[in-house]
Design a protein around this ligand. Structure first.
Ligand code: CNA
Length: 238
């Protein structure tokens, strides 16, 4: 076994205060493309960059185009949690992992059995009316044609944080609290480019910060351990 993975395995074995902070790279092995990898959404042909389509001003002005992208690119049928999601759920059940803090909106951590999941960017598995805030089942937005509307006339939207929108302050506070108190912080599958989420690492006070990401990140020099491998492969060994 690679010596960095062995060190991570030891940290995990010895701690009951692990926090995981992840992003889109956690779900690529489940078949969901991320944004910035070579085959990520950024490098696929689309009229606008994902960050434009997934912005509040775009959603308000072009809900039809937003929903075309949403249904074609964000909703992927038949996806299942991979070894990273499953091992994280196991570590929580074993009393070792305190929380998963995620930038993902796919619900795969919960599907794997994780209970404490702090979804910084919300979830495409929930929806609500943008005018009266009435909740709707996700099927209303994820399937079908055109722009889904509420009885009040408002556009039904996914319960995700669009670019230009603030994060939920309660979730953010809880995420900061977990990260600040963590003994081991594992950061995985995130390019650490999207703020304010990426800045959460700065709240970590310990000296067991492991970064598991295929490509280099701006925080590689800051971490105590850096592993540039597939996260599912790494988690199946720890
Ligand atoms: P990103 O900027 O696309 O970065 C993903 C990172 O993961 C890249 O640096 C890759 O090198 C790395 N990566 C890809 N596959 C693997 C793998 N198997 N193992 C290890 N590393 C891998 O995504 P971020 O999460 O950093 O950016 C934040 C955005 C992307 C958030 O707002 C998300 O909501 C959004 N997003 C989410 C999903 C999802 O919910 N699954 C999918 C696509 C985008």
């Amino acid at each position: 076994m690679d010596s960095a993975i062995l060190t991570l395995k030891e940290w995990v074995a010895q701690s009951d205060n692990i926090v995981f902070f992840g992003g889109a790279g956690v779900s690529t092995e489940s078949g969901i493309p991320d944004f910035r990898s070579v085959d990520g959404l950024y490098n696929q042909k689309w009229k606008y960059p994902p960050e434009t389509i997934l912005s509040r001003s775009f959603f308000d002005k072009n809900p039809e185009e937003y929903y075309r992208f949403h249904r074609e690119k964000l909703v992927i049928d038949g996806v299942k949690p991979n070894r990273a999601h499953l091992r994280l759920a196991e570590l929580e059940a074993e009393g070792k992992l305190r929380a998963v803090v995620t930038q993902n909106i796919d619900g795969l951590h919960q599907a794997a059995g994780s209970k404490k999941v702090l979804e910084l960017h919300g979830s495409i598995l929930r929806a609500y009316c943008s005018r009266c805030r009435k909740p709707y089942p996700a099927d209303v937005i994820n399937y079908g044609q055109g722009v889904p509307r509420c009885g009040c006339g408002g556009v039904i939207r996914p319960d995700i944080v669009l670019y230009e929108e603030p994060l939920d302050q309660d979730i953010l506070r809880e995420a900061i609290d977990c990260i600040r108190k963590a003994e081991v912080l594992i950061v995985g599958g995130t390019s650490l480019n999207v703020y304010p989420a990426a800045g959460l690492i700065n709240y970590y006070r310990g000296h067991k910060l492991a970064l598991v990401n295929l490509s280099a990140t701006p925080y590689d020099g800051y971490a105590d351990l850096v592993i540039h491998e597939k996260i599912g492969q790494v988690f199946s060994q720890i």
